[in-house]
Ligand binder design. Sequence first.
Ligand SMILES: [Zn+2]
Length: 200
Amino acid sequence: MTRALLIVDVQNDFTEGGALGVRGGAAVAEGVTRLLQDDPDRYTVVAASRDWHHGDDDNGGHFATGAEPDYVQTWPVHCVGGTTGAEYHPALDASLIDLHVKKGQGVPAYSAFEGTIDGGSGAGDGDGTVVGLAEALAARDVDQLDVVGIATDYCVRASALDALRAGLRVRILTSLVAGVAAESSNAALAELAESGAVLV
Ligand SMILES: [Zn+2]
């Protein structure tokens, strides 16, 4: 049994004060760091995703341009790659992360499994190849994945559903997720439980 942690989008723009700040986001960042520090051997692999959009286009209709965002399909500009908003929240200790996934480069991407990991991490780290998260986890024999992060009702939901589709045993650490809205977050957790994830 090899267990990994997936930290979804714990970024400045998705936490308090950010372009799409979610209440409780900073607390998630602090809590995840504590989780990893308390027991460094808990996870064989720690992966984290970041929404990482283009700043010079609408990322396939993901950014609202010329109209108000509908907060379903279109969003205010957020997480432009290379900006402070796209960086991990400062309370998340990035030195504890093994795999850095970037997603949404020019396209809407809610799931970390749609992203890529630069600089190898399939078989040979640092060999310059680009792989996806499912491939990188499989290369490390990961069969169990704990999921935490932001937002419960969007990217956590999509990432966990993809993890289940990839054949992983998935747990959602419900004290370490934060959602945009209570109703949709509860619905997302119920859907995940129905799909086979364990809520812890
Ligand atoms: Zn986005």
